[in-house]
Design a protein around this ligand. Structure first.
Ligand SMILES: [Zn+2]
Length: 153
């Protein structure tokens, strides 16, 4: 995996979700715009992803100007220009909050997952920060199809 970490501006919500799906470290939030985004990127040594053409006048650190309004094109642009490798870290990060997921024994999660999922799935991951639980089989199939359609898998 590349060592690049990202800070994305507010217009890039769907791109952020997809970058996290492929395991990339991306910070994102309402405070990350304009100078707030620049400051956060500088402090944590992150590459800025932005749709804002005026950002360059604010003396930002390294940034990548995202060309398209469509998240699929945006994702392809970032993957290609940053040379991201998809296979290794796919589905290792919480889509909601960017935390690295932890594998969890099934029995610990019985109270929080639907019974049909509990009986049909074996592998589970959870987010130590926001507690969201992930089970690969159902979450991942559609996402893999999407990545394949984009020519990224
Ligand atoms: Zn989380």
């Amino acid at each position: 995996m590349t060592d690049v970490k990202f800070a994305a501006d507010r217009m890039l919500g769907r791109l952020v979700k997809w970058l996290r799906i492929i395991g990339q470290d991306v910070i994102y939030g309402p405070h990350l715009t304009g100078y707030g985004l620049i400051r956060a990127a500088r402090v944590e040594n992150r590459l800025i992803l932005t749709r804002d053409r005026r950002l360059k006048h604010k003396q930002p650190p390294a940034f990548l100007l995202i060309e398209s309004d469509h998240y699929r094109d945006q994702l392809c642009q970032v993957v290609r220009q940053c040379g991201l490798k998809l296979a290794e870290h796919l589905f290792t990060r919480c889509v909601e909050c960017n935390t690295v997921l932890q594998s969890r024994p099934k029995d610990e999660l019985k109270a929080v997952i639907p019974p049909y999922v509990f009986s049909s799935q074996e592998k589970f991951f959870s987010c130590p920060t926001c507690r969201r639980v992930y089970w690969p089989a159902t979450h991942h199939k559609k996402m893999l199809e999407e990545l394949r359609n984009l020519g990224l898998r």
